[in-house]
Design a protein around this ligand. Structure first.
Ligand code: ZN
Length: 300
């Protein structure tokens, strides 16, 4: 084995020599989860914020620089970031966080993905070819991902492994209690019919028993068209009894929501899809508090 290869191998596998585990998160929910588990041991930043569509961002030089220094990348995966992450990874040229290495963590691969298509017709614009990547909208998924993330951090930073595991266990305990409280509150939502802008909410729907009757996008990633909205108006009826809510994420245009709401009387509003998506959603716990407050009409 030549010396050069040995050195690269050591650089990839050696325990961290510095204090902080540098986490490059693709979305704010994974930044928040990394901090819940890693606390003062990690330095985490998200490449996107809650008012940006995580499917589309610019591969800015500052992100390349941040990725170059990262020890751990935590992203939703399942093609969510296909439009920008491969380019960032290539430019950052950081073997620690390349797919296949332990510094590469794709959250959606740890949970059961929904909406895995039988066949993908990219010509129709389908942007969820590996199943739906918006897995954070079900807190049970966060539970599974948190366990895997604590283990991954322990592996990457063995000197602090016990601390990651302890903090992970503490988080899981608080999170399980929170789920019980959320589920007690959410019973009234079961069976409610919803129209959604993009298929951002399939895991929330699955969790709460909401029934998706339509999407404003004709297929995931294609903006609402006049034809499609006209069809929805016919389907939902001018009395508006076809659904209870029209929901969208903060970064989605409210135009189509409002158009349909005005003609059907169905109430349209936004739900935070991640931490920072509303004034109330300041951390992972208050994110779900706020989602339920808005759906139940109890937000202050
Ligand atoms: Zn999507």
């Amino acid at each position: 084995m030549n010396r050069c290869f040995c050195l690269i191998f050591l650089l990839i596998t050696a325990p961290l020599a510095h204090a902080d585990l540098r986490v490059f998160a693709c979305e704010p929910e994974w930044e928040a989860l990394a901090v819940e588990i890693g606390g003062h041991l990690v330095k985490a930043n998200s490449a996107t914020h809650a008012l940006q569509d995580p499917h589309y961002i610019q591969a800015r030089p500052s992100l390349i620089a941040r990725l170059r220094r990262a020890d751990l990348l935590v992203c939703s995966g399942s093609n969510m970031e296909i439009g920008w992450l491969p380019q960032l990874l290539s430019k950052a040229n950081n073997p620690r966080v390349r797919p296949g290495n332990i510094g590469y963590f794709e959250a959606s691969t740890f949970v059961q993905r929904l909406d895995i298509p039988d066949s993908v017709d990219r010509a129709k614009g389908d942007m969820h070819p590996q199943g739906n990547p918006h897995v954070q909208a079900n807190p049970h998924n966060i539970l599974i991902i948190a366990q895997a993330l604590a283990e991954r951090m322990a592996l990457l930073d063995p000197a602090n492994a016990d601390l990651y595991r302890q903090r992970g266990t503490d988080f899981l305990e608080r999170w399980r209690k929170a789920i019980v409280a959320w589920e007690e509150r959410a019973g009234a939502l079961r069976g409610k019919r919803v129209v959604v802008h993009h298929k951002s909410w399939v895991y929330l729907q699955d969790w709460l028993g909401l029934v998706e009757v339509a999407t404003l996008e004709p297929v995931p990633g294609v903006p609402p068209t006049a034809n499609h909205l006209g069809e929805l108006l016919r389907m939902l009826g001018e009395e508006g009894d076809g659904a209870e809510y029209i929901i969208r994420a903060p970064y989605q245009s409210n135009k189509a929501s409002i158009w349909l709401s005005e003609r059907t009387g169905i109430s349209a509003f936004l739900l935070p899809l991640t931490v920072g998506g509303s004034n109330g959603a300041t951390n992972l716990f208050s994110l779900f508090d706020d989602i339920l407050d808005r759906l139940l009409g109890t937000e202050s």
